[in-house]
Design a protein around this ligand. Structure first.
Ligand SMILES: *Cc1c(COP(=O)(O)O)cnc(C)c1O
Length: 399
């Protein structure tokens, strides 16, 4: 696997079609130069504030706190939501490992639930079933009956840029008195019923890693409407400093703040967000058009209440009908210098998540063994995309 996938954001080899690389098409250079010229290079500075304000305004939330990456934003959100040792946090089986790892950093353990078949997001029927049948209230505390752990939060993930069914999740969260922390790392620009994801939960985390919708090299953001939580997020992300002069710290904090240089790139990238989103949608439309008649290939569906960003256009490969499985197709593409990628090993299969609670998983495994993400860089030209489509078409047994 080592040679099929670049480090996130590493420049692709000449002549190859990369999976998803950053596109620095605007004021990045100018803004970074401004940081260097003014000596504002570290974790305070005008671009940090500006980046936070632009993202908050775009989403329609009151507060945004920039962090070193999306994983730290998730950890911070869980920490200030009071999640800790002995707790359990609901996550979907189909996500990047950072979701589960952030839960582990707090000392809590994931409760891993299935995703549904059409949109590949946290299955709200399974969520209802888990809370109703697997959990109970003991001395006023909602606990998983089997593990005995307190259920402390629900962490929906808007996987690949399609939103979760938030109304149903909000309804269940309210019914059981649980906070929602959205993992919106892949969901910048994603809409649920016209409203930005990341604005539904108590808090949400965004990521600006190299392969995300926009990138500042590495970076993340915690967003929330809650004034108190925003203040606590700032406090805990800067070593929980209680006194500037005497360096008094009453709690254990983290060093999670973003630097002004990265924020400068982030500001320039936000100026191009709409362009990036249009490009991703177009790429998905071209794949759909070019591949939909091939037996054995299918796409994630887009719900009528959803606006997917198509962060990574991803197909399902049915080996019987297509003639080869997803990994064989990956190797075919690789021969033609085209990068593709299977989805992440589902969380309940990950050795790193041993001891997690697992509730009835079917779809996540089925999707995982069939899925293949196709090149989806914002600046991919039509010729390269046609090369990908041609390679897939010529690999299909019925063509
Ligand atoms: C990228 C990603 C993260 C982590 O973001 P980083 O900025 O890489 O730390 C978390 N969750 C999901 C679903 C992601 O895709």
């Amino acid at each position: 696997m080592a040679n099929i996938q670049n480090e996130a954001g590493a420049p692709p080899p000449e002549g190859s079609v990369p999976l998803s690389v950053p596109v620095l098409g605007g004021n990045e250079w100018t803004y970074v130069k401004e940081c260097l010229d003014t000596n504002w290079i570290s974790s305070a500075g005008p671009f940090v504030e500006k980046f936070e304000r632009i993202v908050a305004e775009r989403l329609g939330v009151r507060h945004a706190v920039a962090t070193v990456n999306g994983t730290s934003a998730l950890h911070l959100a869980l920490h200030i939501a009071g999640v800790g040792t002995g707790d359990e946090v609901v996550i979907p089986a189909l996500t990047f490992i950072a979701t589960a790892n952030a839960v582990r950093y707090t000392g809590a353990v994931p409760a891993i639930l299935d995703v549904e078949a059409n949109y590949w997001q946290l299955d709200t029927d399974r969520l209802a079933e888990f809370l109703q049948e697997e959990c109970g209230v003991f001395d006023g505390v909602l606990r998983n009956r089997t593990s005995g752990r307190r259920v402390a939060a629900i962490m929906p993930v808007h996987v690949l840029g399609h939103p979760c069914d938030m109304d149903k999740i909000l309804h269940l969260a309210e019914q059981y008195g649980l906070p929602i922390i959205e993992d919106a790392a892949e969901g910048l620009g994603t809409l649920y019923k016209g409203r930005a994801v990341g604005t539904f939960g108590l808090m949400a985390a965004l990521s600006f890693n190299g392969n995300k919708i926009i990138s500042c090299g590495g970076g993340g953001m915690l967003v929330t409407d809650n004034d108190v939580l925003a203040k606590r997020a700032r406090y805990f992300s800067t070593q929980a400093k209680d006194d500037d002069r005497a360096y008094i710290h009453k709690a254990v904090g983290f060093n999670y703040r973003l630097t002004n240089i990265q924020a400068a790139i982030g500001v320039a990238q936000m100026e191009q967000l709409d362009h990036h989103l249009d490009a991703k949608r177009q790429i998905a439309a071209v794949y759909l058009d070019g591949l939909r008649d091939i037996p054995g290939l299918s796409f994630m569906k887009e719900a009528d209440w959803a606006k997917n960003t198509w962060w990574l256009s991803t197909i399902l490969v049915d080996p019987d009908r297509f003639g080869m499985n997803n990994m064989d197709l990956l190797r075919q593409l690789q021969k033609d210098n085209i990068q593709s990628r299977p989805l992440w090993q589902p969380m309940h299969q990950s050795p790193s998540q041993k001891g997690a609670y697992v509730h009835r998983i079917e779809q996540a495994d089925r999707i995982h063994v069939q899925a293949l993400s196709l090149p989806s860089s914002v600046d991919m030209d039509r010729v390269s995309q046609q090369r990908v489509i041609d390679c897939i078409r010529s690999s299909a047994k019925s063509f």
